[in-house]
Each structure stands twice: as C-alpha cells, then as structure tokens.
Ligand binder design. Structure first.
Ligand SMILES: *Cc1c(COP(=O)(O)O)cnc(C)c1O
Length: 389
C-alpha cells in the first residue's frame, strides 16, 4: 500500500462507530465497566500494553485510532500522543536518560528543545553536548551517552544531517537516536527506516495543518516502545480528544497538501535565489543548496518551509520588507494552509558550529495560495526593502 492510500485508511474502522467515516470525539475521563471481573481484565490488558479503555488518560478510541494511523505512516511500532510537540520532545528524551547520563543534540535544534536540555535536564543531572550538524559525532560519544537528538533539517537554518551514519555511530556506543521529524513529516522522511529509534512530530504543524490546534506525537520501534510509553504515562502525558480529532482530519489530506506546499515552495525558493537582495536560499530540495545531496539520497520530498540569507543589510530594511508583506503573516509556527515569514534571529543559539551567515535570515512558510500572488507580494516587499536601505 502506498502512503497516499494509507493516509486515507489508517486507523479508521467506520463500522465500530455506527458507520461514521471519521472516528468520533470520545470525551471521557471515567470509563464504566459492567462487572468487577471485566474491570480487572481491562486493567490487566492495559498493563500488558493493549489498547483498551480503562480511564481517559490512558486512551480512548479517538486517541488509539489517530496514534495507530501515525505509527503506520511513520513505519513504527506504536505512537504516543502529547499535548504539544515540545511535550513529545521532552518526554522522548526523558524516557532515555537518568541522572549522570549524557546526550548529544544537533546544534540546529529548535530553540525550546535547547531550553529543555539546558534547563530541566541539567537540573536533573543530565549533561548535553551540542554537535555540529555537518560533522561526525564519533569523538563526542562517551560511555554514558544515552541519546543522540537530531533535527534534520534544522527548522531555522536547514542543515541536513547524515542520519544513517549518525545512527550507526550512536548505536555502536549504546545510545538511542531521537529525531524531530517535523519538517519532513512521516511522509517525506522515514526516520525509523534510517536508524532512528523515536521519531517525533510537532503535529501542530503539517498534520493538524490548519493553524488551530497544538499536538505532538512520538513514534517508537518495538524495542524502545515500552520505555517511551511507561515514562510518558508516569509523567501523566495525554492529549485532548478534540485536538486529536482535528489532527486526524488534517492527516487525511496531508499528502495532497504537502505536494502543493512543496511545488509552490520550489518555485518561490528558485525565484528568490535570482533576486539581487538575496545571498542564498536555504532549502535542501533546491539543487545546489546546502544539504541537497543527502536530502536527495534519504528524503522522499520537501515541505514548504525554508529560509533565505539576505545580502548584508540593515534590520530596518529587513523589517520594512516583512512589514510590507500582505499574504505572508508574521508569526511563529508553520505547516498551516497559509504563508508566513519570520526573521531568523537564532545566532545566539549556536554553540557548536560556526555561524557562517553575513546577512540577516528570514524564514518563509509557503502556504496554499496561488504562487503568482505570493511572488507579487514578495516583489512589493523588496520594493519596500530597497526604499528603506
Ligand atoms: C513547533 C516546533 C516544535 C514544537 O512543537 P509545539 O507543538 O509548538 O510544541 C518542535 N520542533 C519543531 C521543528 C517545531 O517547528
């Protein structure tokens, strides 16, 4: 079965729900049982890891169905759902470490991931070393390194990592490999097939796809599933059935949306590359862009998020560019149907790799608007930029 078909069928069972095409929202905390014997049996089944309803926090049909669909598309054993992508990241790391351990984190990781490592993890006596995403990790692995955390490409600077090579070195040293796979989604990067043990999604982005809910998922191999599940469950992690419902609805159209995001992003990125104001475009799908060769080797597609490096210019000029844009909203997040632009002020968050950019960075999310309209909007932005220079 191809992924486009899986996106439609995975996790659905209409005749278990009165024929409804989508699994309904089951709002439940208490789950009733007819007899004590049935309650005991359900609890025993739950402790064996079976998907049975015993209490709202441990799952309802809404959650099981969505989690199973994500697991199937990620190519993993099972998926745990979280109230946000960040909760999924924190839980996946926490599941792999104890006091005295050490982890490696790609220097291009999402800012709040670094905050977690430098804050909560440090407080619990777990040390983080950041590594240059372009380099090798072999020399950084220690006897107590338990996890290597990747984000490919980095969601501001778009460094690709050689995931199979890193995974091979990590596993040889007895460390688990965790990856923030939000950019590619499970459609465009098969993280587990490339050696990753836990693939994490901020489902808030492309899976929800409509900028209206927060959700995270972590999908594990069979080997690490109980470790992930038990740790997350002990911390009380669970997601709202209403948000899960929105995510399962988004999931059904993910394939169609991503194809369009990719096609439009390639056109806009290529157009931006030809502008005199732009020094380089950071989009691994673009031939000649940083990371293109590894992207082509390992990835099945590219989403609609990329950045540009402006030729050296003032903040005033870049702000004039951003303020002028009408179709590109100014705000955090991405993966919805609408276009966004954001200044890429992440230089302070690089500690293990050289900052090679001479001009300011701006990140674009290319939405589902007509590409000609987006380019016209950007042209107006450049006019404002040049007037403010
Ligand atoms: C947004 C984002 C997250 C965090 O997800 P939330 O759902 O906002 O908590 C993690 N990683 C990347 C790459 C993101 O863009």
């Amino acid at each position: 079965m191809k992924d486009d078909t899986r996106l439609v069928t995975a996790g659905r069972d209409p005749f278990a729900h009165y024929g409804a095409v989508n699994v309904p929202v089951y709002r439940a905390s208490t789950i009733l049982h007819e007899t004590v014997a049935e309650m005991d049996a359900a609890n025993a089944a739950r402790s064996r890891g079976e998907q049975v309803t015993v209490y709202g926090r441990s799952g309802t049909p809404t959650i099981f169905s969505f989690a199973n669909a994500i697991a199937e598309i990620e190519g993993g054993y099972r998926t745990y759902c979280f109230p946000s992508g960040m909760a999924a990241i924190a839980a996946a790391i926490t599941a792999c470490v104890k006091t005295g351990d050490h982890i490696l984190v790609a220097d291009c990781a999402y800012g709040p991931t670094r905050l977690f490592c430098d804050g909560a993890l440090k407080r619990f006596g777990i040390e983080t070393t950041y590594f240059d995403p372009a380099g090798r990790i072999d020399a950084l692995l220690r006897p107590n390194t338990r996890a290597v955390f990747l984000e490919a490409p980095g969601s501001h600077t778009f460094e690709i990592q050689d995931v199979p090579a890193i995974a091979e070195a990590a596993h040889r040293a007895g460390a688990k490999v965790l990856m923030d796979n939000t950019w590619a989604t499970p459609l465009f990067f098969k993280a587990l097939a490339h050696g990753v043990d836990i693939s994490i999604q901020s489902a808030t982005k492309y899976i929800v796809g409509h900028a209206d809910a927060m959700l995270g998922t972590a999908t594990a191999t069979k080997e690490v599933w109980s470790q992930l599940h038990d740790s997350a469950y002990q911390f009380g992690q669970c997601a709202s059935p209403d948000d899960i419902y929105l995510a399962q609805r988004g999931l059904r159209t993910l394939g169609a949306r991503l194809k369009q995001h990719q096609a439009s992003a390639l056109i806009v990125a290529d157009w931006l590359r030809g502008r005199p104001e732009i020094a380089q475009v950071l989009y691994p799908a673009l031939p000649g862009a940083p990371g293109h060769d590894i992207w082509k080797r390992d990835f099945l597609g590219a989403s609609g998020l990329f950045a540009v490096e402006f030729a050296p210019s003032t903040d005033t000029a870049v702000n004039a560019f951003l303020d002028q844009l009408e179709l590109f909203g100014l705000g955090a997040s991405w993966g919805g149907f609408e276009s966004l632009a954001l200044p890429g002020k992440v230089k302070h968050a690089r500690t293990a790799s050289p900052w090679t950019f001479k001009g300011p960075l701006v990140r674009f999310h290319i939405g589902l608007e007509a590409v000609d309209d987006l380019i016209s909007d950007l042209k107006e932005g450049f006019t404002a930029f040049n007037a403010a220079k």
